[in-house]
Every structure is written in C-alpha cells, then in structure tokens.
Ligand binder design. Structure first.
Ligand SMILES: Cc1cc2nc3c(=O)[nH]c(=O)nc-3n(C[C@H](O)[C@H](O)[C@H](O)COP(=O)(O)OP(=O)(O)OC[C@H]3O[C@@H](n4cnc5c(N)ncnc54)[C@H](O)[C@@H]3O)c2cc1C
Length: 465
C-alpha cells in the first residue's frame, strides 16, 4: 500500500516518463531488486527508466519535491551493494539511455550514454582501430555510467590507469534535477576546479552520470603473454622491476596468483588445467601490448630470458596462440567459479602500498589461521597496482560470522596502511569499514560535499558514508 505522498509522486513520475519509463507493483523486474553483491535483494518502491537527460532531470525534480530517495542503477554488476535499492527508495535505472553518440577518430574520443555496456564501447572503438582501455570480467553488462561512478579498475590499470584516467568529460544530474554539462573533450582544461572529478568514483552519491566522453588509445597490434612460476613474492617483485625496466610502456598486466588460489581453480573448475607439472610458490601472468610483432615480440622474449638467467623463474610458458592466451587468462579470471567451492564466503578487494603486498598476504593468512582456523582463504590480484583480492570462507554463516572474517582482513589492511577498497567501491557493504582507510577529516569533507549538492540526502542513501 503506498502513501498519499507516494501516490501523487507516482502519478507525476508516470506522466513525466511515460508507461515504459515508470514501473511499479508487479511490473518491477526482479533484476532491479539487487546488484551482484551478497546483500539481500530488496524491491524498490518503483523503477524509473528515463530515456534522456531531460527525463532524468524531470524525475529527480519530482522525487526531490516529494522527498523520495533514489538508488541509481547501471548494469547491476557492482559487488558492494551500491545499486541494491536502499529501503523505501525508487530505483533509477539508466538502461534505456544506451548507445554511443560519437567516436572522434582524430581526437581519439568516444562519447556514450550512461547505460551503454562496456563491451559495446570496446567493440565500437576496435572497429575504428582504437582501444577502449578499461576492461574487466563484467564487460558485457557493466555500463558507461557504472564504470565512471565506481572508477572501475580491471586488468590493465598498470598500463592505462583506472577509469578516471580515461574520462575527459561527463554530464551529470544533481539530486534537485540541475544538469551539469561538462562534456569536455580537451586533454587540458584548467578553467577552475575539474568538476567532473566530483562524479568519478563517488558511487552515485553526488549525482547521476548521464553521458561521458572517454579518451581512447591506439589499438595494440601485438600481444605477448607469459605464465611464470616463481619461488616467492621476492622473486615476483624482482620480475616486476625487470618488466618495468625492459618492457617500459609495453607492460600491460602483471597478475599474481598464490598457490591456494591456483590449486582451488585448477583442481575444481572444469576446463582449467594446471599447465605446470610441479607445484610452485607463486604464479604470475605477465602481458605486453605492442605495435610491431617482430620487434616487440623479441623484446618480450629477451625480458623472459633475462629473468630466467637471473634465476628468478622456476618454470615459464609463453602463449603461442590465442587459445593459449585464453587458457592462461581463464585461470586468473576464475574467481566467480570457485565461489561454490568456498561456500559461504567474503570477497575482499584491498589496496596496499605495492612494496607491502607479499608481507600483507603472509600476515593476512596467519591472522585468519590464528583467529578463524576453520576459514579457507585464497589470494590473487593485480600485484603491480597493489590490489589484492582475498576470498575467505565464513565458517559461521550469519552477520556475526561475516563480520568476524571482515574484522580480521580489514584489521590487517589497516595495519599496512592499506585501503578497504582498491577498485570495487564502498557501497553499502563496506560502509562500516570506511574509517579504516579514511581519516575523520576526510569523511567529514565527503559529508560536506554530499550536503552541498544533495542537502536532503536523497541520492543513494545509506551508501558509502
Ligand atoms: C564478474 C565481475 C568482475 C568484476 N571485475 C571488476 C574489476 O576487475 N574491476 C572493477 O573495478 N570492478 C569489477 N567488478 C565490479 C563492477 O563490475 C564494477 O564496479 C562496475 O563498474 C559497475 O558497473 P555497473 O554499470 O554494473 O554499475 P552498478 O552495479 O549498477 O552500480 C555501481 C555503483 O555505481 C552507481 N551508478 C551506476 N550507474 C550510475 C550512473 N549512471 N550515475 C551515478 N551512479 C551510478 C550505483 O548507484 C552503484 O553505487 C566486477 C564485477 C563482476 C560481477
């Protein structure tokens, strides 16, 4: 049963957005009840599906006048509960604002509407001989607005930076319906504070991103990929230094898998076989992107020979074909497939000073074994970025059991002056842990910014702060 205020707001919203733009009651699709996090699904009051920036603005004017909270939804692949509807909120989905508006080959930019899937942008750029530099597993569903709002990372941050590095301009709508048109295409624009940065990575807290201009990169014409087995993290760190020195900007990914992750994937996930006969202390994926197969291929092989001769490598395989590359990456990308093996678990995405990664993993593993001996944990991640993913089983299902696992992992993260979120964001799930990585003064500034642009706290309430 909806209240008088809601009934009036609903009829205004239906009139502003039309029948395809406003779904209530039994018409609300189940997919709008939750994102991809472990947070329980919750139906929104209604789903708003605007088809243009003007409709987003009109919807927010109405919601704001009636003091109705709004949860912003992109592709719903977020892992922190940011897009799962806050209790009693409307869901504002950007799904109908889908499409690329322009690819400017000379300026090397792509302008897309917020609901455009990442993979659509990647393929459109590729068709023009260009690279959309952001890439990660959820590429088929994650959207332009989502990757901007979460400042998504992925496998090639080492080379191309996080999403922020590729956002030249954007358009956003504030909670009161004000449209901030900042569709800048210039690399250099110091005309006052760079307002687009308010919306990059702020998880829908400060405004709804409706369009974005991304910078593109030249499409690599050659890719080299090596799977390397080493003794320990010290050897991995030496190989990373060598890769940086010898490959320079060619180095596009440097991923690390600890033996617990390696064994769980190669032993349990169908189609993932261990390519090495023996067991090793650590497994690396090193990727290079180049322009000239002969020249860059020789440089890559010379780098591999160098680290081999330096005694840093126990075993190594150089991908000889596209199917080798897919098979190597498939081991690294199998985290979702080991979820059933781990059972009830917590996934972590911590950031660390890169030099501390090896010591952090040892300390975290010891702390879990000491505090929660029944928990099984696996470690892997983007080592060069200091971004480690930990998946740890929760021996006592239920909120207290989850909190116990979080407490151990985030406690060690704080000891290492790390971040409780390297790339996935805070959302609703990590809100209680923000203080482990941000000072009271930083959180107070976040609250001041929120109050300045959304004084009634209507956009994404209960998220981040
Ligand atoms: C298999 C898998 C692999 C993943 N790998 C990575 C990875 O490697 N790196 C990484 O960073 N993330 C990764 N993610 C997490 C997720 O895909 C990213 O956070 C992604 O950017 C979310 O995009 P989305 O469109 O699905 O946003 P949603 O999940 O819908 O929303 C995410 C947050 O952004 C807000 N939001 C969405 N759209 C807008 C908008 N237009 N305006 C304002 N706010 C908005 C939402 O309110 C929410 O707070 C992965 C997820 C999965 C399921």
């Amino acid at each position: 049963m909806i209240g008088h205020n809601e009934a009036e707001a609903f009829s205004e919203l239906r009139a502003a957005l039309g029948p395809s733009g406003f779904l209530a009651g039994d018409d609300i699709p189940a997919r709008n009840h939750a994102d991809s996090s472990v947070l329980p699904p919750l139906p929104p009051l209604a789903v708003l599906r605007p088809a243009s920036t003007d409709e987003v603005s009109a919807a927010l004017v109405i919601a704001s006048r009636h003091r109705l909270a709004v949860t912003v939804q992109g592709g719903l692949t977020g892992l922190c509960g940011g897009a799962t509807p806050a209790p009693g909120s409307l869901a504002l989905s950007l799904e109908r604002m889908n499409g690329i508006e322009e690819i400017d080959g000379r300026a090397m930019t792509l302008t897309a509407r917020a609901g455009t899937p990442l993979e659509v942008m990647q393929k459109a750029a590729e068709a023009e001989g260009l690279l959309f530099p952001v890439d990660f597993g959820a590429r088929g569903t994650a959207t332009a607005g989502g990757i901007v709002s979460t400042n998504a990372g992925g496998n090639r941050v080492l080379r191309y930076g996080m999403t922020r590095a590729s956002v030249l301009g954007l358009e956003a709508v504030l909670a009161d319906g004000t449209v901030i048109g900042s569709l800048n295409k210039m690399l250099k624009n110091n005309a006052g504070p760079d307002l687009k940065q308010l919306f990059v990575g702020s998880e829908g807290l400060l405004g709804v991103v409706t369009r974005a201009v991304f910078s593109l990169q030249p499409l690599p014409r050659w890719t080299g990929l090596a799977l390397i087995a080493v003794r320990d993290f010290e050897a991995a760190a030496d190989i990373l230094s060598s890769a940086r020195a010898e490959l320079g900007p060619m180095l596009s990914a440097f991923e690390v898998m600890w033996p617990d992750y390696w064994a769980m994937v190669t032993g349990n996930v169908p189609g993932r076989r261990a390519p090495f006969a023996d067991k090793h202390g650590l497994y690396l994926l090193v990727e290079g992107h180049g322009r000239d197969g002969e020249r860059d291929g020789s440089t890559f092989e010379a780098f591999l020979e160098g680290v081999y001769e330096a005694g840093l490598v126990e075993d190594a395989m150089l991908a000889q074909s596209l199917s080798d590359m897919e098979a190597f990456w498939a081991i690294r990308d199998a985290s979702a497939e080991i979820e059933p093996v781990l059972g009830e678990h917590e996934s972590f995405d911590v950031g660390l000073p890169p030099g501390e990664v090896g010591r952090f993993v040892d300390a975290c593993r010891s702390a879990l074994a000491r505090e929660l001996p029944a928990s099984r944990a696996v470690f892997f991640g983007h080592a060069a970025d200091g971004n480690i993913h930990v998946m740890a089983s929760v021996p006592d299902p239920g909120p207290a059991g989850h909190h116990a696992v979080e407490s151990v992992v985030y406690g060690v993260t704080r000891e290492f002056s790390g971040s409780v979120s390297a790339e996935h964001g805070i959302g609703a799930l990590k809100r209680g842990w923000l203080g482990h990585s941000r000072s009271p003064a930083e959180v107070a500034l976040m609250r001041s910014l929120k109050a300045a642009v959304d004084p009634h706290g209507l956009l994404n309430p209960g998220k981040v702060i």
